[in-house]
Design a binder for this molecule. Structure first.
Ligand code: ASP
Length: 541
């Protein structure tokens, strides 16, 4: 659970524990019962521990119960027995969770990035951004290499015979449109610069083709149009640049910075309420998906090795590689860090969407893992948009799998091409369900593999995408944790805190109503003889 520290005690319970040692507090420190010496039985301790982790436990239980309920209903006839109307009603609580989370994404991403970029000194912003991007790049490349290595070792595409039996499944899946590699990258750049900010909130640009005549021959003519789907990349870039511009304005920009910070804080309060509904939503999302699936056994029999390869890769990267990197740099227990973000990971599993998980992830890393708001609210939206270790890994497995299916040998150059394009195309993948499958076409085109085989990948994407999303968001969270460590270390080495240097052109006079919660600019101004950093890691609520 994301414990809310008691009011009036800024370094409250769970957050205080995690801030000081980088780990997650399992037992609230200020629990009144804790100091009553001998009367504190182990039963009390267990109760306190349960209370402190209630939300995490509920979410994990919800995932397990969702799987059990889904399997139970499948046994009892599944979707066919329920009928479309009852199936929709059954999935409704999950749909509500998705709607709530999606509702929060836009204000959260824009306000947190404007506030985050405005609160950082441009040089600190550049340094933190560069470190974060380096971490994202290296870990995504590692994930890609792991995916290729596993697929080459386990040969998931070697069992060709079974694939024919998948006809019924693949026919049901719509074929993914094939897109030229160049056009995919041009679309990425176009989306970075949206032509209309309002439409970027719900539409993004994509290229499609019309067959036309050129010099008497038939050619594909690229056309472009806006399609449904938030252009989150464009919004992220705009919000960062806008935040930097506001800071540059000096006193004139101050009011707007406070506005964005207050908006962001209020949004986070909403998130903390939504979190308590998450277990219910997750249960029905997971159960509903399992009930919907037909031919589950056949899919596993035919594509089991591919699924295994992806899940194994995600497990190795998420449970060994990322934790090891975190441990090497911070010397802190990475599994306690993981426990701290368990609610967000379960939400990633339930929703298959990094964007939808973002609000809960912010809450978890700030309140349970001691990451400061400036860092989490700046880095996590960027990570949720561009850092997709899980997507890169499964795209590599899928590309090698399709090559094996079609008996196309992969030489060294092709393998490197897969690695590089998977890393790049994962940046362009949207943090939405099946976002990675759509950009898989880029990789297949780059190494001349048949794009129509994506239908096989789509057939099992409902499962692979879940572990993929967990890994995507886990990478972002570890990135935030590592940046926090970097900032803490820099601050302890120099007397000028990395995130503070707010001696900008504009000393800010605090507004009467401005709380510590609001503007990091205000928060960090040392008063006369005051401690600049006392509220750095406070909880939102
Ligand atoms: N569903 C993934 C996410 O939201 C994207 C993907 O399909 O790889 O992170």
């Amino acid at each position: 659970m994301v414990a809310d520290p008691p009011k009036g005690n800024p370094k409250g319970s769970a957050a205080a524990e995690s801030t000081e040692n980088g780990a997650v507090a399992l037992v609230p420190i200020e629990d009144p019962g804790a100091s009553r010496g001998g009367c504190c039985s182990s039963r009390d301790q267990v109760r306190r521990c349960l209370r402190a982790n209630l939300l995490v436990l509920l979410t994990v239980v919800a995932v397990v119960a969702g799987v059990a309920l889904g399997l139970g209903l499948s046994q009892a006839g599944g979707a066919a027995a329920l009928g479309p109307a009852r199936l929709t009603a059954f999935a409704f609580p999950g749909e509500v969770l998705l709607r709530l989370l999606r509702m929060i994404i836009l204000p959260l991403v824009v306000c947190s990035l404007v506030g985050g970029a405005a609160s950082l000194d441009p040089s600190a912003l550049g340094r933190l951004g560069a470190w974060a991007l380096l971490f994202f790049l290296v870990t995504t490349l590692l994930a890609s290499a792991l995916g290729v290595g596993l697929a080459l070792a386990l040969q998931p595409g070697a069992a060709l015979a079974n694939i024919n039996s998948l006809g019924g499944v693949t026919d049901a899946v719509k074929e993914a449109p094939s897109k030229e590699v160049l056009d995919s990258f041009l679309d990425l750049v176009r989306n970075i610069f949206p032509s209309n900010l309002v439409s970027a909130a719900f539409r993004s640009y994509t290229t499609f083709y019309k067959i036309g005549q050129f010099n008497g021959t038939q050619v594909k003519v690229p056309m472009g149009d806006e399609v449904d789907g938030m252009n989150i990349l464009g919004l992220v870039v705009f919000a960062i640049v806008f935040g930097v511009a506001l800071r540059k304005l000096g006193p004139e920009g101050e009011l707007l910075i406070r506005f964005f910070n207050s908006f962001n804080d209020a949004t986070m309060v909403l998130v903390s309420w939504i979190m308590w509904y998450a277990p219910v939503g997750i249960l029905f999302l997971v159960a509903g998906k399992i009930v919907e699936m037909e031919n589950v056994e056949m899919l596993f029999a035919s594509l089991g090795k591919y699924i295994l390869c992806c899940l194994l890769g995600h497990a190795i990267h998420g449970l060994l590689v990322l934790p090891l990197i975190y441990f090497l740099f911070t010397r802190k227990n990475p599994y306690r860090f993981l426990w701290g973000i368990m609610t967000a990971l379960a939400t990633a599993f339930g929703t298959s969407s990094s964007s939808a998980t973002l609000p809960l992830m912010m809450k978890c890393v700030e309140e349970r893992n001691g990451v400061s708001k400036q860092i989490s609210r700046f880095i996590l939206p960027i990570g949720a948009t561009v850092n997709m270790d899980g997507a890169a890994l499964f795209q590599c497995v899928a590309a090698v799998f399709i090559a094996q299916l079609n008996q196309r040998p992969l030489d060294f150059v092709k393998i490197i091409t897969i690695l590089v394009t998977a890393t790049a195309s994962s940046v362009g993948a949207a943090g939405i369900p099946a976002g990675g499958v759509l950009t898989l076409a880029i990789i297949l085109e780059a190494v001349s593999l048949p794009v129509h085989d994506i239908s096989l990948i789509l057939a099992v994407d409902w499962l692979v995408d879940r572990s993929c999303t967990i890994l995507n968001v886990e990478g972002d969270a570890f990135g935030a944790g590592l940046l926090q460590h970097y900032v803490d270390r820099t601050e302890s080495q120099s007397s000028v805190p990395e995130l503070i240097q707010m001696k900008s052109e504009t000393p800010l006079a605090p507004l009467p109503s401005a709380t510590e919660e609001g503007n990091p600019l205000l928060k960090h101004y040392p008063g006369p003889g005051g401690d600049a950093d006392t509220c750095e890691k406070e909880s939102v609520m």
